[in-house]
Design a protein around this ligand. Sequence first.
Ligand SMILES: [Zn+2]
Length: 320
Amino acid sequence: MIRRDPRSVVRTALGILAILGAVGCGGASEGEAPTSPTNPTSPTTPTAPLPVADWVDAIDGEIPLVIIAPHGGDLAPAELPDRVCSGCVTGNDLNTQALARTITDAFSGRIGKRPYVVINRLHRRKFDANRDLQEATAGYAPLAPMWTQFQGAIDSAKVRARRLHPRILVIDLHGHGHTIQRLELGYQLSASELRLTDASLTPLVATSSVAQLGRVAISRDSGAVLIRGVRSLGARFAALGIPAVPSDVDPAPLAGQDYFNGGFNTVRHGSSITGPSDAIQLESHYTGLRDTASNRAGFAEVFVTAILAFLRDHYGWVPA
Ligand SMILES: [Zn+2]
């Protein structure tokens, strides 16, 4: 039997509820109008199993990094009903599928090796790949195998990566439409928690999505230092000219500022309780990063540089 600090268990459970209920990646992205479910289709039972394998792209890799792109799906098959549920978000994170593919190519170009990549091809109007089964499918039972296909592809990527590496990082790649143009990095730490002093934040990192990394990082960074110290992921991006919160120069969103702190995938694939897989949700702004092919290529190069530094510092991994 595993004994855990009751407070941390309760806190984790509450955190998961809060994330699933309110603060997952939501809101329409720039460049795409919110989809109003004004003409919901009636769910029907398909006569054959849905071709869910066609709706998940999994790219094999070699490095200790798994990239998930859940909200950039380009397919909206007519046989699927539009999702209609209370509070459901149906707008895509524009161009994030293309961004994930460009980042993969940038790794290949830089180091001759790829991360593992799992892409949801379905539009968020049909399927939300950063939610639990019920909200992902809006209760449309025939689509349940899609949830299993997508999450199973991530689990498989993690298993394969772990055959090569003792510890791995999962980046859940999104796009936000918030006013402030900066990356929002989500570790399952709320904005108000990030506004605490380092001394008060540090114990909370022990139940974040990088909790176990904070215990074993090669850098010996832990607690608040891992989240917003000079070797944090936010600091690496900021030093390369891409503003990011939390980071050494922008330690927390101010009260009233929009911020996504990590959703379903960050919880499921992170190390809040145990495990060799850490997770960070990366919410990118639109203009200058993912709006055009050339900007996506530019950001992909920055992404590679920042992640390689993070993997070197904390995981002790460098390209051979
Ligand atoms: Zn998203």
